[in-house]
Design a protein. Structure first.
Length: 168
C-alpha cells in the first residue's frame, strides 16, 4: 500500500477519471464527463484520486448536500445547496489492480476527514452493483427513504440501489 498516493482530484484528471469509471461499472451506464467534472469544480476539497506508480487508478468524488435527498443520476450539479446539512459521496471507483490494496479505505477516510472538517456529522451515498457489503465495512448502514420522490430517484440508480449513511 505504500506506493498508493492519495491526492486532490484536479480538473485535468477528468480523462483518467472517466477511463476508471468506464472500467468499473457494468450495471449502470457510466455518467457523462460534465456530471463528473461538476463535482470537482464545485467541491474540489471533497474529490480525491488514488495513484499507483504515477498512474491514476482510482477516485472518489463527494460534496456537501442535503440529508435524505439524492442527486439525480447523470446530471451535472449547477451549484451546491446553500442549506447543505450533510456530505454526499457521489462516486468511488478503482481499477482492478488497486482493489484489495486498502486504497478504497484511504479514499473514504479522506472524504470522512474533509466532511468532518467542514462541520458535517453524516455522509450519505447510494450503493450500486451489490456493493453494500463493502460500504458496511466502511461504516455505512442502509436507510429507507420515506419520501416517494426520493425512492423514484433511487430507482434511477438501478434495481439494487441502496441508500446508505455513515455517522462521522
Amino acid at each position: 500500500m505504500s506506493d498508493i498516493i492519495i491526492a486532490p482530484a484536479l480538473p485535468e484528471d477528468i480523462d483518467a477519471i472517466m477511463a476508471v469509471q468506464n472500467n468499473a461499472y457494468s450495471a449502470i451506464t457510466p455518467e457523462n464527463r460534465e456530471t463528473m467534472a461538476s463535482r470537482i469544480k464545485l467541491a474540489p476539497e471533497g474529490c480525491f484520486t488514488a495513484k499507483q506508480n504515477g498512474m491514476l487508478m482510482g477516485y472518489i468524488l463527494s460534496h456537501p448536500f442535503i440529508a435524505g435527498e439524492i442527486p439525480p443520476l447523470g446530471k451535472p450539479l449547477e451549484q451546491l445547496p446553500p442549506n447543505a446539512d450533510s456530505w454526499y459521496l457521489h462516486d468511488l471507483a478503482l481499477e482492478c489492480g488497486l482493489r484489495g490494496t486498502g486504497a478504497a479505505a484511504l479514499l473514504v477516510n479522506a472524504v470522512k476527514y474533509i466532511a468532518a472538517k467542514h462541520g458535517f456529522q453524516q455522509i450519505f451515498l447510494v450503493s450500486i452493483q451489490q456493493s453494500s457489503g463493502f460500504w458496511r465495512k466502511m461504516g455505512f448502514a442502509e436507510i429507507l427513504p420515506e419520501d416517494g420522490k426520493i425512492m423514484q430517484k433511487l430507482r434511477s440508480y438501478g434495481r439494487d440501489a441502496i441508500y446508505m449513511k455513515a455517522e462521522i
